[in-house]
Design a protein around this ligand. Sequence first.
Ligand SMILES: Nc1nc2c(ncn2[C@@H]2O[C@H](COP(=O)(O)OP(=O)(O)OP(=O)(O)O)[C@@H](O)[C@H]2O)c(=O)[nH]1
Ligand SMILES: [Zn+2]
Length: 376
Amino acid sequence: MGKAKRSYTADHGVRSLNPSSPSPARRAALAVDALRHGWPLRFLNEGGEAITLLPVETAIATDATSGNMLISAARAATLKLANQIEAAVPHAPVLIRGGDPFSLSEALPIADPALDLRHPFKGPFRAEALDWADTAQAALELARIAGILPAFLVDPDQGGEAQELLAGDVEARADTGLLKIASRARLPVHATEEAELVAFRSTEDMREHVALVIGRNEGSGTPLVRLHSECLTGDVLGSLKCDCGPQLDAALHAMAEEAKKGGWGVLLYMRQEGRGIGLINKMRAYSLQDQGFDTVEANQRLGLPDEARDFPVAARMLGLLGVDTIRLMTNNPAKVDALENAGVSVAERVQHQLPDNPFNARYLATKRDKSGHLLK
Ligand SMILES: Nc1nc2c(ncn2[C@@H]2O[C@H](COP(=O)(O)OP(=O)(O)OP(=O)(O)O)[C@@H](O)[C@H]2O)c(=O)[nH]1
Ligand SMILES: [Zn+2]
C-alpha cells in the first residue's frame, strides 16, 4: 500500500475550530443534518489540520471530484483492496485512489454494493495508508446515523460549504439523559382497549420513540416487556421476509392477556429501523439478500454493523416509565445483555418465537446460527 500524499489547498490548511463554534453535541447534530442534506463535513483534528469529506450518496455539489475516496473495509474487500485483517472489522475505514479523480457518478457504484450487478466493472483502484483513522471512523459512524452509504470523497474540489466538527464530537450524541416524556394519551388498540401511548422526545435525536403501556401499573408485579425495533416493511406492509409483524402482534396480545390477569406490559417501539442502519440501507441489504447474501453478510457488505441499535435509549424509556425490572420477550440473548448493561434488570427472558414462512426461514436460521438467537 502506498502512503497517501495529502495536499492542502488554502481552504484545507492548518487552523483550529472557531472559539464561538457550537458545543460538541450540537456540532454532531449539525453534521448528521449536513450529511442528510448532502453537505460536506470538515473535520479539524488536534493538530489543527482539516479534512473535508463529501458524502457520496447525498452530495448536492454535482461537479465535485476527488483523487481519494473513503469507504468501508468490507467494501474495499469486495473491490479486492483490503487485506483480511482490515476486512475483519467490516465497518472500519479504508482510503482508496483511482487512476483519475472520482466524480460523484463514478463514486456511487463504488460506494454501493447493491449496484454491483448493474455496474460490474470498476477500477483499478489502490488502497492508501490512512493516517487520520479516528476522523475516518467518526465519518463512517455519522453516515450510519444519517442512514446513508458509508462513503465519502476526500478533500473534494468544488464540494461546497462544509460543516465543521471534531472527530470526538460523535460521542457527545450518547447522552440519553435528554430523552423526556413529551406526551401521553389513551390508545385503544386491536389487542386491548386498556392501553396508553407514551411518546418520547430528545433534543439529541429527531426520532420519536413510543411506548404502549397495556394494563395498569398499580403494584401489579414485573411487567412483560417487548423491545420492538421499527420495521416499516414488516410492521406496516406485512413483509414476509422477517418475523417483525407477527412478533409485534403476538407481543401486544400476550400483554393484553397479562393485563386481564391483573398484570401489565410495556411495548417499546424504537425508531431504529433495520437494527439501526435506517430504511434505505435496509433496502440495500434486502437487494444484496436477493443476490444470495444472508442478513448479517448483507449489512457487513454495506460496511455497516449488523447490530447498530441504541439500547441505552430503551433503558432510559423504561426508567422514565418507572420500570427497573422486566420480563423481556425475546429470543435474542444479546438484547438481554444490552439492557442489563444499560441498567435494566431482566428477571426473565420470555421466548418469543413465531412460526416461520418460506420467505423468512433463512433469515431466522441466520439469526440462530450467526447472531446467537435461541430459536428452535
Ligand atoms: N439490517 C437489517 N435489518 C433487518 C432485517 N430484517 C429485519 N431487520 C430489522 O431488525 C429489527 C427487528 O429485530 P427484532 O425483532 O428486535 O429482533 P432481534 O433483536 O433480532 O430478536 P428478537 O427480540 O428475538 O425478535 C427491525 O428494526 C427490522 O427492521 C435485515 O435483513 N437486515
Ligand atoms: Zn422486520
